[in-house]
Design a protein around this ligand. Sequence first.
Ligand code: ADP
Length: 485
Amino acid sequence: SLTESALLDSVPGLLYIGGEWVASESKATLTVSEPATGEVLKHIADASPTDGLRALDAAAASADEWAATAPRMRGEYLRSAFDLLQQRKDQFALLMTLEMGKPLSEAAGEVAYGSEFLRWFSEEAVRISGRYGQNPEGTGQIVVSQRPVGPSYLITPWNFPLAMATRKIAPALAAGCTVVVKPAELTPLTTLFVAKLFEEVGLPAGVLNVITTSRASDVSAPIIADPRLRKLSFTGSTSVGKVLIKQAASNVLRTSMELGGNAPFIVFGDADLDKAVEGALAAKFRNIGQACTAANRFIVHSSVAAEFGHRLTDRVNGFVIGRGTETGVTIGPLINDRAVDKADDLVQDAIARGANLLTGGHRSLRAGSFYEPTVITNVQPESTILREEIFGPVLSIVEFDNEDEAVAMANDTEYGLVSYVFTENLARGQRMIEKLDTGMMGLNVGVISNAAAPFGGVKQSGLGREGGAEGIHEYLSTKYTLIPN
Ligand code: ADP
């Protein structure tokens, strides 16, 4: 439609380097397509390794001036970007639905969530502080201050195109760091649209640079190897995260890693099943299951498993699959056909090993990368679906009989991002906070993300925290000074 094409025309299709919109020096372009239809949305600049280093040049050249900019000013740029984003919230939502596929209502939810990082860190910029105190010997003063860590490289994934960008850009800028952002090649348009916001609010040239590229590894490696870079923040798969941690080791870079998850969703026999069903639908089907926080394993007490499965199946059968722009659609496409194949392989493996299929279990008959929302129960312990991230609309249920068994199952994974627990027994809920090895937990709730809270995992789910008061410290380094009496 006209609105869609007008919107796409208003998104810059170039690299944003040193305050200028520029083509790739190689002249190469990258094609962005819509997962629901396979149609081309836009051709944009495809950065080369040389472009990547030019972006780092710009970030390095503006680093000192930005670090010396008054915290209030840094906060005001973020706040102005937040305000402008609010004015464009419908455009941002539509743009994400087009390039990523999520239903418009969910895209609107991401706009609300993603823009909050700009507001939250506009407020945190002025609250960076240290401490001053006598040393134990009484011979001098210990002064602790915080300094920006320096030029930062931010790599984001395709599943939350706005929120993953703002969750990194906002704390970095608030802390006084300049950045180069590399969005995922599948969904680069939203980040370009964010750069335009910052350009319009007058952010000084070079503070924020965006490179879009189909050559993530070729372009990133020289940036990470460059001694001017001081920080790497990545959200994506654990396998790529491990590669990047190794690359970051050569210059001992600060790193923040938000990696994969394998979230357990435990429903105890004393749970409120209404809450558990609502929580399950949100924790599983939001973003078509494509979230590192998506519930991956439903661990349900045998006394309620059958009823839980049937109530969920009824609700899932009411879902409407389609292009996210259509009204009433609740399940959009997966990001590509490879994702559809992966979800289906996991389902077929589980069924072959003895799971029962309650609904779905195959790709959709529609054209496009769609998979039918699926519920399987009685999933057997050796099934691959219990070990790998599904990243699709597949709800898989295993049963347990006692609390210790539930905890052991929940912790039986190399991941540790988030867990969900449903119980009306407060003491049991508190025990779960202590016993579950995850960086985050939802107690009787299926979606927990909030700009004011520290997001992050333990074990192979990552390093560091984004959001909250913790988020800005990822971009600050602590300096200690001794002043003798
Ligand atoms: P997903 O499996 O969700 O696509 P990835 O971890 O592959 O996640 O991608 C997340 C981000 O990491 C994307 O921006 C992608 O371009 C980037 N990326 C992938 N491989 C590399 C690499 N070797 N070096 C740097 N960035 C990479």
